[in-house]
Design a protein around this ligand. Structure first.
Ligand code: T1G
Ligand code: NAD
Length: 711
């Protein structure tokens, strides 16, 4: 007996089944990750029906082709009209099959993929397998029995932890939890699965349904676990919709019969599907994968990347060195003099000493890692490295001098990168003999923590140099975003604009504390004035001074920040900025003296303060961000709106459940954003100039997502 169920005209065999002796081997082959699209669901249902009706079949084995078992429901189907059979129906068919069903798991068994395995009667996991119910990361909950079967199989506590964290469990942990019955040893999941199925048949093993498992037998312990998870989730889920729905669904597993619990799970699942958070989080999921697909990474292969150099051991140089050491690269740091070099090395060591102190690293591991670190005050030390990242003072003359040295000593083909925040990388590239090897790699502070890496593409760079930047990002586990050359690239350029909008509101009557509160309510961990205090007000001050000569005299310029910086109040590092930080506190207190400075500046500027609602604060804040985001896309500094979204999700704390500023704009409607900008422009037409791209999209009734698809 064999079968496959491809819809005519679609790719063949997403599910194939064939009897091998008494075992019906059902193979899911739906690249790239065997997602449970409609054809796969139909195929599985057909396979189980075939098994039920064929007396020669004693057991069924489910196995995935390629690198994974099943990575879950097909996320691309969410929000579209569901096609039958539904996944809960497929799971029910598997669970009620009269013949034992074995799930042979390798790679990912996630979400609906694990739910299929939980509906099976026996589970084997191979080394390297990752099992989990990560739906919460997509604004969802396990909607095909996960919230009902998992607690019954492994207990409420373990099941809740898996579902609310969304993390993946390895094979060994999955066995210790009771998620799987058998660990495979070798590499051939098919053979090991078949052997296990034959063993079960030989032992006349019965069908065993997870719905009947006794993991919730100890009602008191289950209830205690539920209440603990409810309290923890209430504390941690900061505005997220689906985590609490998971708690509600698992509560039904404790208190209701299985089928009633399944019905409630479906209701709650549909509520999550309807939540805008689902759309935002799924947009983020796919956008993070799309940013990897830059024209240069399609066109060229990366150059060798086996060793790295860093120029400058300050805040950024040291952080970048740690990121590279963590990635296993040998790192050479060059500093101006021995004192600075020692300071740079100490910066790097301090990170690892902190980990050793927290028992998150052994002294031996630290020593092995630092053995890959070397320092020098001579550029000749870079003669053989594959890539050098410059992180010296933000001064064009200093940077050009450094690149002249790199041009002199580095081997042909070495990638020469700069971590500048604002300076013109085309100018730096043009200053040496090999401009095609010059790239911008804009890390974010702290560079060993922050995920975002802007890969800044100068005019003359070679495609394989850009591809090498993306390869480095992958090695460092960073999220790379391709950016064009302009003042501030994608992130800092847009930041400068919505920061101005915040300053305008502050001078017009909103306190910095009100603005920060509104931004936190929107979902950010911090407001703009808290961020300024964290990063240090002196950096922005230096930028404002650098730009003073070229600032548009017609443009409004709020001087409040300058007044505060003139007092040396740079934020946490000076124990006061916009907030007071008594005894080095990390959370600041409002400062009456700052409010007095603001009042004085309002009088100086002739402004009569007025009140701002949270809604108005966010409409102005987001309108400024979205409008400049549109300009950045319009000028192809960012190739797609999703590049702007990923930049803000991974570099500027934008709330992930909103998907990013451009996705948020699509959610509220571009027409509304444009109307707001036109309204605000009545008071300040210089600052509020609608982006031509925004105007064009509204006129065409299109949205930013349409540009993500077209690129
Ligand atoms: N649906 C559709 N496409 C998917 C997908 C999925 N579930 N998972 C991955 N892809 C695409 C991805 O966009 C990329 O496409 C390619 O596959 C490779 O992915 C009812 C509601 C499995 C660990 O949350 O975590 O089941 O860019 O680059 O690094 O209860 O993908 O090549 O065009 O990430 O090797 C729950 C999501 C769904 C797992 C592999 N499942 N996936 O990582 O490859 S909701 C998940 C992952 C659900 C049920 C519910 C990872 C991976 P492209 P990749 P990878
Ligand atoms: P920093 O002042 O902390 O460190 C700069 C280091 O460069 C110093 O240790 C100095 O000794 C060294 N240096 C200066 N001239 C040198 C030379 N000719 N040769 C070798 N070393 C030299 O500065 P930072 O904050 O680390 O910033 C470095 C670069 O990174 C700047 O371009 C900055 O704009 C950019 N950047 C900074 C941040 C941030 O948040 N600090 C974020 C992203 C990018």
């Amino acid at each position: 007996m064999s079968g496959n169920t491809a819809t005519p005209g679609t790719s063949p065999e997403p599910v194939a089944f064939r009897r091998e002796g008494g075992i019906l081997v059902v193979t899911i082959d739906n690249p790239p990750v065997n997602a449970l699209g409609v054809d796969v669901r139909r195929g599985l249902a057909a396979a189980i029906a075939a098994a039920e009706s064929d007396p020669e079949v004693s057991a069924v084995m489910l196995v995935g082709a390629g690198r994974n078992f099943i990575a879950g429901a097909d996320i691309r189907e969410f929000g579209k009209t569901p096609q039958p059979p539904s996944l809960p129906e497929v799971c029910a068919a598997i669970e009620t099959c009269a013949k034992p069903v074995v799930a042979a798991i390798h790679g990912a068994a996630l979400g609906g993929g694990l739910e299929i395995a939980l509906a099976a009667h026996y589970r084997l996991a191979m080394p390297g397998a990752k099992l989990g119910l990560p739906e919460v990361a997509l604004g969802l909950l396990p909607g095909s029995g996960g919230t009902q079967r998992a607690p019954r199989l492994i207990g409420a506590k373990a099941a809740l932890e898996l579902m609310t964290s969304g993390r993946h469990a390895g094979a060994a942990e999955a066995q210790s939890l009771g998620l799987v019955d058998r660990l495979g040893g070798g590499t051939d999941v098919r053979e090991e699965g078949l052997a296990y199925a034959r063993e079960l048949v030989a032992a006349r093993a019965p069908v065993r349904r997870s719905r009947d498992a006794q993991g919730l037998a100890d009602a008191e312990a289950s209830r205690a676990a539920l209440e603990a998870a409810r309290a923890e989730t209430a504390k941690k889920s900061r505005g997220l919709f689906s985590p609490m729905k998971i708690i509600e669904a698992v509560e039904a597993a404790l208190t209701r019969p299985f089928d009633e619990g399944m019905a409630l799970e479906r209701q709650l699942f549909m509520q999550c599907i309807a939540s805008p958070q689902r759309a935002g989080l799924i947009h983020a999921f796919f956008a993070e994968r799309e940013v990897l697909k830059a024209p240069e990474t399609r066109a060229a292969k990366p150059r060798p990347l086996e060793s790295a150099g860093i120029v400058g051991g300050g805040t950024m140089g040291a952080g970048i060195a740690v990121a590279m050491l963590d990635a296993g690269l040998p790192v050479t740091m060059v500093e101006r003099d021995e004192t600075s070099l020692a300071r740079g090395r100490a910066h790097v060591e301090r990170v690892y000493d902190g980990l050793v102190k927290k028992n998150r690293m052994t002294l031996e591991a630290k020593a092995a890692l630092m053995a890959r670190f070397s320092g020098s005050t001579s550029y000749d030390a870079f003669a053989q490295v594959d890539i050098v990242v410059e992180a010296v003072f933000e001064d064009m003359a200093v940077k050009k001098a450094v690149f002249a040295e790199l041009d002199r000593v580095c081997k042909p083909g070495a990638v020469l990168a700069t971590n500048t925040s604002y300076l013109d990388i085309d100018e730096i590239a043009a200053s040496i003999s090999r401009p095609a090897d010059v790239l911008g790699l804009h890390f974010f502070s702290p560079a060993n923590i922050m995920k975002l890496l802007e890969i800044v593409v100068p005019a003359k760079v070679a495609a394989d140099v850009v591809a090498t930047g993306f390869e480095l990002a992958k090695r460092l586990k960073k999220v790379p975003v391709r950016a064009g050359v302009c003042d501030g690239f994608i992130g800092n350029r847009i930041l400068a604009v919505y920061r101005q909008a915040a300053d305008h509101m502050m001078e017009d009557g909103a306190s910095p504390y009100e603005i920060d509160r509104a931004v936190r309510s929107f979902g950010y961990p911090m407001g703009p004035f808290q961020v300024s205090d964290l990063a240090g007000g002196d950096i922005g001050w230096a930028t404002r001074k650098r730009k003073a000569a070229t600032r548009d005299p017609k443009a409004r310029y709020v001087q409040i920040a300058d007044r505060i910086c003139e007092r040396g109040w740079f934020g946490q590092k000076t124990q006061r900025g916009y907030y007071l930080y008594p005894e080095g506190a990390r959370v600041g207190e409002p400062d009456a003296e700052v409010l007095a400075i603001i009042d004085a500046e309002r009088q100086r500027a002739g402004v009569t303060p007025r009140s701002f609602s949270e809604d108005e604060i966010m409409r102005r804040y987001m309108a400024a961000m979205i409008n400049e985001g549109a300009n950045v896309v319009h000028q192809r500094i960012a190739l797609r709106p999703l590049d702007v979204d990923v930049t803000f999700l991974h570099g500027y704390g934008f709330p992930r459940f909103r998907g990013g500023p451009m996705k948020y704009a699509d959610t509220i409607g571009l027409a509304r954003v444009l109307a707001d900008i036109r309204e605000f422009a009545k008071q300040d037409p210089v600052f509020w100039k609608p982006s031509p791209l925004l105007v064009d999209l509204v006129e065409r009734g299109a949205d930013f997502a349409s540009l993500d698809r077209s690129e």
